[in-house]
Design a protein. Structure first.
Length: 126
């Protein structure tokens, strides 16, 4: 699978992702370099049940993938940071503790200085 072009770019931002047709049906979450959620699109709210204010600042993995063991979470986080891209099938937990299988794409957006701007996580229901 090719790397999605809409999440690549030096100094890019999460703004404007909602205008891309493939993304309108997907749950798009932007995180900081510690995987704390900083943005949450409308589709995420519809699927997961949380309004944006409920998740802002919370750890992505602790909130949506709590069944992963801590070691597995750290392994995934490190792989994303190291490779700048990750994909895979994963169970995502909603507000009502129900799980949905999703295909997940994770990419990192960098500032010109090379530091992380945002980590964009796109989940599509299977």
């Amino acid at each position: 699978m090719d790397r999605p072009s809409y999440t690549i770019g030096v100094g890019a931002s999460a703004g404007g992702l909602e205008d891309i047709p493939e993304v309108k049906k997907a749950q798009v979450v932007a995180c900081d370099d510690k995987f704390r959620m900083i943005s949450w699109n409308r589709q995420s709210q519809l699927i997961f049940g949380y309004v944006e204010l409920e998740v802002l600042g919370k750890d992505y993995f602790e909130t949506l993938q709590p069944i992963l063991w801590k070691e597995e979470k750290e392994k995934i986080k490190n792989a994303i940071i190291k490779s700048e891209h990750s994909t895979g099938h994963t169970p995502i937990q909603n507000k009502w503790n129900k799980f949905k299988n999703a295909y997940t794409i994770q990419d990192i957006l960098f500032y010109k200085s090379g530091t992380i701007d945002k980590i964009i996580i796109v989940n599509r229901k299977l």
